[in-house]
Design a protein around this ligand. Structure first.
Ligand code: F6P
Length: 353
């Protein structure tokens, strides 16, 4: 059996842990040959790959990023290198030339959509859910999320001491795209006083009111805002548009915007910090190392069983799987009745509503 493996979309902590688990499980348990495709689906078009053996994955469990490289613009069905034309036949030809019996694809909703396309063309695929945003459907967690939350929590801890010293309002802007999972869990872990999510458009006056209350009591305020948050009746804050990307909008800057809008309404000075790609880099947390390893081992079992067209998932504390087409190009927002939202409200944390 010859199995390919690739990492698609934006990177995140834990990718190498999956690569290691898939490689070792397939070699040890199935005597398979494993080939890593370089830079996501782009490697299938540029014909770049390399053999993965136990030596190739030594010491990578704790390393951030991906030893295979990745690409977040390459969709072979609409290939940017061919003016958006369908180059999937070229990718299939390379997969056939390599003699791949299966392809393990590690990525988010966009990568799963491409994987589904190849599955329909006859390349057997198995998916592994990756994204710091935790917004993939049908899985309680994607690996990378816990590591991002840890960064946000530490940032808020650090912002709190300087906020307290100066009597300031500190705004930390998180990633997360259109979902508020990172801001919600990071904000809770870092004891934010106000948490603003895309799913709960905020009233500027409600945010100002909470800051004024705290000016008179604690003297400082911590705000954790998701990059996809917006005021009631407002729109997303877009940092850039990348024309040939499958998901062209890059969000960013809503924290600075909030600082600008809030300043005239309160006495304290405000400072905004954009956490940015710091949330995506570095070593995965132990939770993510274990989750990524469990996902990788289960993906190898799906390959061994010939159970293709499926993505591994975490359901409660158990690993399961769903059809890739059920997660392709879909997002999972924070539901209004999520227990952590209820807990936040119960603790008196403002959601700006
Ligand atoms: O989906 C992961 C993510 O980090 C989002 O949270 C963020 O909006 C986006 O990717 C950033 O993308 P890029 O790395 O292309 O700037």
């Amino acid at each position: 059996m010859h199995v390919g493996i690739l990492t698609g979309g934006g990177d995140c902590p834990g990718l190498n842990a999956v690569i290691r688990a898939v490689t070792l499980a397939l070699i040890n348990e199935a005597g398979a040959r494993v080939t890593g495709i370089h830079r996501g689906f782009l490697g299938l078009l540029t014909r770049e790959s390399r053999r993965l053996d136990p030596d190739a994955v030594v010491g990578i469990l704790s390393q951030g990023g991906t030893i295979l490289g990745t690409h977040n613009r390459c969709d072979p069905f609409h290939y940017f290198g061919a003016n958006g034309a369908d180059a999937s036949g070229q990718a299939m030809a390379y997969a056939r030339e390599l003699g791949l019996d299966a392809l393990v694809v590690i990525g988010g909703d966009g990568t799963m959509a491409i994987a589904h396309g190849f599955h329909k063309l006859g390349l057997p695929v198995v998916g592994v859910p990756k994204t710091i945003d935790n917004d993939l459907c049908h899985t309680d967690r994607s690996f990378g999320f816990d590591s991002a939350v840890a960064v946000v929590a530490e940032a808020l801890d650090r912002l709190e001491t300087t906020a307290r010293s100066h009597g300031r309002v500190m705004i930390a802007e998180t990633m997360g795209r259109y979902a508020g999972w990172i801001a919600l869990e990071g904000g809770m872990a870092g004891a934010a006083d106000i948490i603003l999510l895309p799913e709960q458009p905020y009233q500027l006056e409600a945010v100002a009111q909470r800051c004024r209350e705290r000016e008179g009591r604690e003297g400082h305020t911590l705000i954790c805002i998701a990059e996809g948050a917006k005021p009631v009746g407002g729109s997303l804050t877009v940092a850039a548009t990348i024309a040939d990307s499958p998901d062209p909008l890059r969000l960013g800057g809503v924290g600075a915007l909030l600082q600008h809008q809030l300043q005239p309404l309160i006495q304290s000075e405000i400072r905004a910090t954009l956490l940015g790609h710091v949330q995506r880099g570095g070593s995965p947390t132990p939770f993510d190392r274990v989750l990524a390893t469990r996902f990788g081992w289960h993906a190898a079992q799906l390959v061994r069983r010939g159970d293709f067209g499926r993505m591994v998932t975490l359901s409660g504390s158990e690993i399961a799987s769903v059809r890739i087409e059920d997660v392709a190009n879909k997002n999972r927002p924070v539901p209004d009745d999520h227990s952590l939202l209820l807990a936040a409200r119960g603790l008196g944390i403002s959601l700006g509503t």
